[in-house]
Each structure stands twice: as structure tokens, then as C-alpha cells.
Design a protein around this ligand. Structure first.
Ligand code: PEP
Ligand code: MN
Length: 341
């Protein structure tokens, strides 16, 4: 960390800053310029916080060298993380050149329906089955998911088709139960900063799919990933799913530039969800291809075989045949930017 003092800082104030730095077991290296004095902090930066230093009279700025999301940062871990989801025959790798094709209905509605969709997406090349058993709905009167019954269906269908499964946790009280059924736990946009939930999910050691909040900055997303990693789960896949915008022509606004930015800042894989980003099925193929071209480590697409009967997010679902068509194109584009299948 570098602490920059104000031009007006007195010798007494400078000595106070040095003493404060030393009180954390760190060394202070003083550099006196013509106008300003700079204090270089030497030692483990994790021992000192920048914000409280600003409250010391005479301090102008405190600039950390390491990002606050130290474990999730590429500075701390230059090699890309490859997340392994599933076990036995059904292991899907995401990151470091491996591309995740996550697909499935928004919600698990019945064993028959999920089985049919899973067969179709598997044939189209998907390598991870999604489906919500606990749905975070805006309305308390909307379908909330089948709960544990849905988790059982998801597990059985995933096993039948040799597809690892991912499902969302919305309540810390459900985390242990969800971890028993699923291969990967999804943390949704609405809960990206539910720090109690992030902590509980991190403690399970299960791979995590962490979606960006609809009003969260990239720094916020990486800080949330840090919560999960700091609690014990190193296998975190980040997901850009669109952010709130002034323009309501789409459900959200897809921030494609987040992909290369996150790849610069973090070693964790970053995938894109064009379904929730656009909310419009006719826009999903183009946005999925843009995601693959941007270097994303995967795409997450909602698929339903009868959208008009879907219990949630029907209007944005692709039909299985539409998914099969775009999946072929996604693989072709992803190969151009160096991904393997
Ligand atoms: C979902 O994946 O069904 C979902 C609710 O997504 P998000 O959290 O991105 O809105
Ligand atoms: Mn959905």
C-alpha cells in the first residue's frame, strides 16, 4: 500500500502515520518529495485497511497494491482456474480453455418434462443441466419451485443422462440439503450480496455458479466471489447475466465487456447468460455467439419444450431445436478463440 500525505501534512502527522503503520507489524518507508511525502507500506497488505487511514489528519490517499479480492485476483493466482463439476463419467470442466454449455428450464416442473429437455440438450452438446427447485420470484404469489422434490428429480434426471447438475440456493437454511443433491450451487443475481448465503455455500466446498447482481459492479462481483473462496470453495464460476439499464427494450443490458475485463482481473472462469440478459428468445443466439467470441468460458441458456406452459421465464426460453442450432454455432465460434470440446 502507498499512503500519500497532504501538502499541508505536519511532521507530527507524518510521524503518527508511521507509528500507525508500525502498530500493524508492518514497516513504513518514508519518501519526502518537494511537495508531498509518501509512505510505502512494506509487509503483508492484508494486515491493514485503507479506509480508516483516510481518517488520520494529513493523509490524502491510501492506495492498496493488491486488490481487495485477493484470493479471486489474477495477481495472486496468474493461471486460470479450471472448475470441475460432477463426478465419475459426468465431469464437466469450465475455464482454462474448457467451455461450459449450461442449459435447462428455469424451474424444475415435473420429472417427465425435465427428462425430455435433458435428453434434447444433451444431444445438442450441453454438458451441464440447470433447473431451479427454489425460485427467487418477484411476486410471492408466483410459482416458488418444487423444493426438495425438485432436487430429487434434478438428481435422477442428471444421472440418467450423465449430466452434472446445477441449481440455485436462495436460503442459507437450505444449503446443506441442496449440497446433497447437486453438483454445483447457483447463487443468483438477487442474492449476489447475501453475504450469509455466500458464506454458507462457500463452506460446502461444492463448485459455485455466482451470477452478477443486476446493479452490481465488476468489483462487487469479485468481492462476492472472494466471500465464497475465503470460506473454502475455490471452484467458482462467475456469470454475466445483464445489468439494469436506462433502456427497457431488453430485460437487462448484457455487459459483454465484463468478460475480458474479468479475465484480466481474476483467474476464475466467467460465463454469459444471454437468456436473463435479454429476456427475448430472438436475441439469445446472437448474444450467445458474442459471448463465445468474447472469450467467455461458457454460456448458460434456458430451454423449455413448451414455453407457454412454463411455470417461470417461459417467454425467454429457447425450444430444444433452437438450442440445438445455436449450440452448434457456439461451439464453432468458441473453437476459433481457442476453446476445446
Ligand atoms: C435463473 O437462473 O433462473 C435466475 C433466476 O437467474 P438470475 O439470478 O440471473 O436472475
Ligand atoms: Mn430463469
Amino acid at each position: 500500500m502507498i499512503i500519500i500525505l497532504k501538502e499541508s501534512a505536519t511532521d507530527e502527522q507524518i510521524s503518527h502515520v508511521v507509528a500507525r503503520v508500525e502498530s500493524f507489524g508492518l514497516q513504513a518507508h518514508l519518501s519526502k518529495g518537494t511537495y508531498r511525502t509518501v509512505v510505502g507500506v512494506i509487509g503483508d497488505e492484508a494486515k491493514i485497511q485503507a479506509a480508516p487511514l483516510l481518517a488520520i489528519p494529513g493523509v490524502a490517499e491510501a492506495v492498496p497494491i493488491m486488490p481487495a479480492y485477493k484470493l479471486a485476483s489474477r495477481k495472486a493466482h496468474p493461471q486460470p482456474t479450471v472448475v470441475h463439476v460432477g463426478s465419475g463419467d459426468a465431469v464437466t470442466k469450465i475455464g482454462g480453455g474448457h467451455f461450459g454449455m449450461i442449459a435447462g428450464p428455469c424451474a424444475i416442473e415435473s420429472a417427465e418434462r425435465l427428462d425430455s429437455i435433458a435428453g434434447d440438450i444433451k444431444a445438442a452438446g450441453a454438458n451441464l443441466l440447470r433447473g431451479g427447485a427454489f425460485k427467487p420470484r418477484t411476486s410471492p404469489y408466483a410459482f416458488q419451485g418444487l423444493g426438495e422434490e425438485g432436487l430429487k428429480i434434478l438428481r435422477e434426471v442428471g444421472d440418467k443422462h450423465s449430466l452434472p447438475v446445477v441449481t440455485e440456493a436462495i436460503d442459507p437454511r437450505h444449503v446443506e440439503m441442496i449440497a446433497e443433491y447437486t453438483d454445483m450451487i447457483q447463487l443468483g443475481a438477487r442474492n449476489m450480496q447475501n453475504f450469509v448465503l455466500l458464506t454458507e455455500v462457500g463452506k460446502t466446498g461444492k463448485p459455485v455458479l455466482l451470477k452478477r447482481g443486476m446493479a452490481a459492479t465488476i468489483q462487487d462481483l469479485l468481492m462476492s466471489a472472494e466471500y465464497v473462496v475465503a470460506n473454502g470453495t475455490t471452484d467458482v464460476v462467475l456469470c454475466e447475466r445483464g445489468v439494469k439499464s436506462f433502456d427497457n427494450s431488453c430485460r437487462n443490458m448484457l455487459d459483454i465487456a465484463a468478460v475480458p475485463q474479468i479475465q484480466q482481473l481474476s483467474h476464475l472462469p466467467i460465463i454469459v447468460d444471454p437468456s436473463h440478459a435479454t429476456g427475448r428468445p430472438e436475441l439469445i443466439p446472437a448474444c450467445a455467439l458474442a459471448a463465445a467470441a468474447s472469450g467467455a468460458d461458457g454460456v448458460h441458456i434456458e430451454v423449455h419444450n413448451c414455453p407457454e406452459e412454463a411455470m417461470s421465464d417461459g417467454p425467454q426460453a429457447l425450444l430444444p431445436a433452437q438450442y440445438a442450432e445455436v449450440a452448434k454455432q457456439i461451439r464453432a465460434v468458441a473453437k476459433v478463440v481457442g476453446k476445446t470440446f
